[in-house]
Design a protein around this ligand. Structure first.
Ligand SMILES: O=C(O)C(=O)Cc1ccccc1
Length: 382
């Protein structure tokens, strides 16, 4: 069965001609590209044969080329790796990065790690952060996606598919939780502790020893603000030391996570993909679904194994719009199998022909395939 390719951003194998801005020569390139960008390219194509026929009319052709070049310059520029550097600013304005939570949330620190000079914009919900990027109110959104103790943040995987933003970067951040309370409140006064569900899960052992009731809220900094604002005397918050300073809380205990190595991986999302490169380590994230049958997942993973492409992550999620599919040998028409989406991260750039071949191979039998982004790997110390 042929693969269904969604757009945007889907992979398309195309042959197109590019105008080089310096020489105005057209150049044939065969490449995998995102369909969204191809529409831009098609509008800027000038064929060399066209140029030959119009030799007599070289001045009008030069004007036309100039017009096409200027036209292409006024279109949105694809993000490049340099957009991820510390000195990023858009013209005279700083890069604006939306995150879910209040100042002092870990996502704010992730935004600052990815874009040190950015303006971090707090948002109530992830939906708001995504919508802010889609409506051009901000340039990027930050999304926590997995944690070394708590595992994957499933809801955020679902968000990646529901929206069509592109992953343009990743950041790994060491997360050190503190137990915060109002001044004068002692450890033994605490009956309940508020925090983000991931933070509560990462401090499972400490909270169990304390015998407190856990209360889940939207973000760690929001928990700290709530405790401070309501001057709670029986409740604490699990949050960062930064949040303790911002909301004027006392730190009752530090490093309360179950393991000192507590690392969260965050994704940076943008409206446009970056142009993948091969001169530094890149990662690529994809999502696909498969027909039901023996060995299909094995076959899907083999497209990477046979090309020596290392996988760093695989996650399966139920397919929401099509939760069940009928089994072939089930003639009463009743649905039998759950339908799944597989999210895979691999250590290669989409600019690498090896990756392109692997995805072309996967496309032959996947029922759905989308490239979520190809982006520089964060190999720095978390
Ligand atoms: O609530 C926050 O501060 C977040 O940024 C989400 C989160 C929660 C726990 C660990 C890492 C990120």
């Amino acid at each position: 069965m042929a693969a269904t390719i969604s757009s945007p951003p889907s992979l398309t194998h195309t042959t197109s001609k590019r105008i080089s801005s310096s020489s105005h020569h057209s150049q044939r390139t065969t490449t995998f590209f995102f369909t969204q960008r191809i529409s831009t390219y098609k509008k800027t194509v000038v064929s060399s044969s066209q140029g030959d026929k119009n030799k007599n009319n070289s001045s009008s052709q030069a004007i036309e080329l100039q017009r096409i070049f200027e036209d292409s310059q006024s279109r949105p520029r694809p993000l490049s790796v340099t957009d991820l550097s510390s000195s990023v600013n858009q013209g005279s304005r700083l890069l604006r990065v939306a995150y879910q939570g209040l100042p002092g949330a870990y996502s704010e620190s992730a935004a600052a790690k990815a874009y040190p000079n950015c303006e971090a914009v707090p948002c109530e919900q992830f939906e708001t952060a995504f919508a802010a990027v889609e409506r051009w109110l901000v340039d990027r959104a930050v999304l926590p996606i997995e944690n070394s103790l708590g595992g994957s943040i499933h809801r955020n995987y679902d968000l990646l598919l529901r929206h069509s933003l592109h992953i343009v970067g990743e950041v790994r951040l060491s997360v050190r939780h503190c137990l915060l309370a109002n001044h004068g409140v002692r450890l033994e006064d605490l009956k309940r502790v508020l925090s983000h569900p991931q933070a509560l899960a990462q401090c499972e052992n400490t909270l169990t020893k304390l015998g407190v009731v856990r209360e889940a809220v939207d973000d760690t900094a929001g928990a700290a603000q709530h405790v401070a604002l309501h001057k709670l005397q029986d409740a604490g918050a699990v949050a960062s030391s930064g949040a303790s300073r911002i909301y004027g809380l006392n730190i009752l205990a530090e490093d309360i996570q179950d393991d000192s190595d507590n690392v969260t991986r965050f994704l940076m999302l943008a409206r446009e993909p970056i142009i993948p490169r091969t001169d530094r380590p890149f990662k690529t994230s994809i999502v696909f679904s498969l027909e039901e049958g023996p060995g299909v997942l094995f076959k899907a993973l083999a497209v990477f194994a046979m090309r020596q492409i290392n996988l760093t992550k695989i996650e399966s999620r139920p397919r929401r719009k099509q939760p069940m599919r009928a089994s072939d040998d089930n003639d009463n028409g009743s649905p039998k199998y759950f339908d799944y989406l597989f999210y895979v991260d691999f250590e290669a750039s989409m600019a690498d022909p090896n990756s392109q071949n692997a995805l072309r191979h996967l496309e032959e039998f996947a029922t759905f395939l989308r490239v979520l982004g190809s982006y520089p790997a964060d190999n720095s110390r978390p």
